[in-house]
Design a protein around this ligand. Structure first.
Ligand code: GLN
Length: 306
């Protein structure tokens, strides 16, 4: 398909689905996120022929939970699968992303690295002597993928740091059960920093393309072994859309990871990286507009991997 035809399709998806934002709400539990404009909507697709985009694809927003896949890739490379999976499991939960429920009633490890408890456990495995040094491993991988320096949104970071009591509770629980080692406050600080990394919708597509090509940057440089990317994209299918992952697998069938600032990063293996943006969220914390656009795009272009 030509780029012009794809562009037409993306424009029509934005026209058709933008108004669905009225069915969702901007996240408010992190006070700074309340400032997001719910009416924004964008989709960007990176393929072998480059970028095609429609709508609000250059507005910066924070990665939030999408950052979980970046840190997971770093930690898998630093520590290896065996050590990572001694701390976090491979199973979907069916619970909301910030749930504490299963930590006590199932096995001690968080069930997977895409829920907050699991992502916090993954953060605790980052190697380094200081928070700055450990965080730098996350930003430098992302900087190589994006071809630019990486920054955080200081306001969002401070806002979550001041109010993220549930995440602190998860972390202290994990400290108690021996899953999390080291200083709890430092680990949650790392987690809040990674959630506050700024990206645009176009850049999400670029990260998606990195996953779609199994770990090769646009420069042609291999940044990670394909086995790590395969593992992470598998988690995106089973847990990337929180407790709507099953519905999304049926309707779109594309590995994807969403974040509460309204981004969704998707990767069609061997073909495309896709980014969507729309800050109004449904009750499960996924962008209403992004969810619909991806399902519709998948149907129109027959992108389901199943
Ligand atoms: N920073 C957010 C939190 O921990 C990320 C959650 C998300 O995007 N689902 O609550």
């Amino acid at each position: 398909m030509g780029q012009a035809h794809l562009h037409e399709i993306l424009e029509s998806l934005i026209d058709q689905h933008r108004s669905a934002y009225t069915e969702g709400e901007v996240a408010s539990y992190i006070p700074e996120l309340k400032k997001g404009n719910p009416a924004l909507a964008g989709i960007a697709v990176w393929g072998p022929d480059g970028l095609v985009a429609a709508g609000d694809t250059q507005v910066p927003f924070t990665l939030q939970s999408i950052s979980k896949i970046i840190t997971l890739m770093v930690v898998l490379e630093q520590r290896g699968e065996a050590e990572v999976f001694s701390r976090v499991g491979p199973e979907p939960t069916g619970d909301p992303f910030n749930s504490i429920l299963k930590l006590e009633i199932s096995e001690r490890r968080p069930l997977n690295p895409m829920i907050n408890a699991g992502a916090i456990a993954v953060c605790s495995l980052l190697i380094g002597n200081t928070v700055e040094e450990r965080f730098a491993h996350v930003t430098s991988l992302l900087a190589e993928i994006l071809g630019r320096e990486v920054f955080i949104d200081e306001q969002v970071y401070q806002s979550e740091k001041a109010t993220g009591h549930r995440n602190r509770a998860l972390a202290y629980f994990l400290k108690d059960t021996g899953v999390l080692e080291g200083d709890v406050e430092e680990v949650v600080d790392l987690y809040f920093r990674q959630c506050s990394i700024l990206v645009t919708c176009e850049e999400l597509a670029r990260i998606g393309f990195f996953l779609a090509t199994k770990g090769v940057a646009l420069t042609g440089k291999r940044l990670l072994p394909p086995s790590i990317v395969r593992l992470v994209t598998t988690f995106m299918v089973t847990c990337g859309m929180y407790n709507a992952s099953g519905e999304f697998a049926i309707k779109a069938g594309i590995p994807a990871k969403s974040g509460v600032a309204g981004g969704i990063l998707a990767a069609v293996p061997g073909q495309f990286g896709i980014g969507t943006f729309g800050p109004a969220l449904d009750s499960k914390g996924n962008s209403v507009v992004g969810f619909r656009i991806l399902c519709d795009l998948s149907r129109r272009l027959d992108l389901s991997i199943f």
